[in-house]
Ligand binder design. Structure first.
Ligand code: ZN
Length: 346
C-alpha cells in the first residue's frame, strides 16, 4: 500500500463528523482526532505546524513548508477535515478497498484531498528540490460541511496567498468557478376560520401555492435567460413547506424555504430585490423572511492568471513529469502578486 493510501485509510478510520450531524456528546463528533493526527504526521515530515482555534476544541491547522530563501510567493492547499454523518456510521469509519477504490465516510469528500495534498507537501519537504522562494502551506479547515467557519476564519484573519487550491471532489478537474447559494424563507399570511366556513377565512396555503407555482415556472424560466459561460444559469428550488394545523381549520400561515443558486455578481440583497419585484409584478403578497445567515457567494477566478494556467496545464497534461513539476514551475514563474487567485471547486 502506498503511503498516500495508508494515510487516507488512517484518516477515514478517525471520525471527524461535524457536530451538527450527531447528538450532543457523541464521541465521533469534531475534527480534533484528525487534526491531532495531521499535526503529528506533518511535524514528523519536518513541517512547522501551528493551530488556530475557531471554536472551543475545534482548530484549523497550518502545516508550513518554508523555502530555503526569503518568501516571495505563498501557495496554499486547503481541504477541510470534517465530514457529514450517516446511517451505520461505525461501518463507514472502517475503510475498505475494493476494485482499486477506497470506501468510507469522507474518503471522497474530502479526506482524499487531505491525504493527497499533505503527502504532496511532505514529499516536497523531503525532496532535493525544496522550493527556494515559495512557501507552501497546508491548511486543514474545520466546519466546511455546515457553516464553513474554518475557511471564513482564515479569510477574516487577513491571511493572503498568491494561489489557494481548495480540495473538494472534482474528478481531478481544476475548477475555477462555482455558483453561490442563497437560502430564503418565504411566508404568506391569511386568516384562520372554521373548515366548514372557508369563505370566512383566507387560506395561506392557497396563497403559497401560487408563490410556489410562480417560482417553479416563470421565475425559474427568467433565470435561464442570464447565463455565465462556465456555470450556465442560476436556479431556484422550493425545498420545504410548512403550513396549517389540521384539516378543519383554514390555515393562517404558510412558510416555504428556497435554495437559489447564484451566478458571480449576485448577492442575497440582489436576489431579495429581484424576488420582491417579481412578486409585485405578479400581484402576489409574500414576505421574504430570514436568510441562511452566512453569505455564500459565487466564485469566479480569472482562469488566465499564470498560476491558474499552470495548475490547469499540469492536471490536463498526460505527461506525469510535467504534473510532478507543478510546484517547481510555480516557483519559477515570475508574476505579480495574485491575492485573489483561487482555484475552488464547483
Ligand atoms: Zn467537501
Amino acid at each position: 500500500m502506498t503511503p498516500v493510501v495508508q494515510l487516507l485509510r488512517d484518516l477515514v478510520a478517525l471520525p471527524s463528523v461535524n457536530p451538527v450531524f450527531l447528538p450532543a456528546g457523541d464521541v465521533r463528533a469534531g475534527e480534533h482526532r484528525v487534526a491531532d493526527f495531521l499535526i503529528a504526521t506533518a511535524a514528523k515530515a519536518g513541517l512547522s505546524v501551528e493551530t488556530r482555534e475557531v471554536f472551543l476544541g475545534r482548530s484549523n491547522i497550518f502545516a508550513r513548508l518554508t523555502p530555503s530563501g526569503p518568501v516571495k510567493r505563498r501557495i496554499v492547499l486547503a481541504p477541510h477535515m470534517d465530514t457529514v454523518g450517516g446511517d451505520n456510521l461505525d461501518k463507514l469509519l472502517n475503510p475498505e478497498i475494493r476494485n482499486g477504490r477506497l470506501y468510507g465516510r469522507g474518503a471522497c469528500d474530502t479526506k482524499g484531498c487531505v491525504a493527497a495534498m499533505l503527502t504532496a507537501v511532505m514529499d516536497t519537504a523531503r525532496s532535493a528540490q525544496r522550493p527556494q522562494e515559495t512557501e507552501i502551506i497546508f491548511i486543514g479547515l474545520i466546519d466546511e460541511e455546515v457553516q464553513q467557519s474554518g475557511s471564513r476564519a482564515v479569510a477574516a484573519s487577513g491571511f493572503e496567498a498568491d494561489l489557494a487550491i481548495v480540495g473538494e471532489p472534482t474528478q481531478l478537474k481544476v475548477i475555477t468557478a462555482h455558483k453561490g447559494d442563497v437560502w430564503l424563507w418565504l411566508e404568506t399570511t391569511g386568516k384562520a376560520a372554521h373548515g366548514a366556513r372557508p369563505e370566512l377565512g383566507d387560506n395561506a396555503i392557497h396563497r403559497m401555492a401560487k408563490v410556489v407555482d410562480l417560482l417553479e415556472t416563470k421565475y425559474a424560466q427568467s433565470l435561464k435567460k442570464r447565463k455565465n459561460p462556465l456555470l450556465g444559469h442560476g436556479t431556484v428550488n422550493v425545498g420545504t413547506i410548512q403550513g396549517g394545523f389540521q384539516s378543519n381549520i383554514v390555515p393562517a400561515h404558510c412558510t416555504i424555504s428556497i435554495d437559489r443558486r447564484t451566478l458571480p455578481g449576485e448577492t442575497e440583497s440582489s436576489v431579495r430585490r429581484e424576488l420582491a419585484a417579481f412578486f409585485k409584478q405578479h400581484g402576489v403578497k409574500v414576505k421574504l423572511a430570514k436568510g441562511k445567515g452566512v453569505p455564500c457567494l459565487a466564485l469566479e477566478t480569472n482562469h488566465k492568471l499564470p498560476l491558474v494556467q499552470a495548475a490547469v496545464n499540469a492536471v490536463e497534461s498526460p505527461d506525469e513529469t510535467h504534473r510532478r513539476r507543478l510546484f517547481l514551475r510555480c516557483r519559477r514563474t515570475r508574476t505579480r502578486r495574485h491575492s485573489q487567485c483561487r482555484v475552488r471547486p464547483r
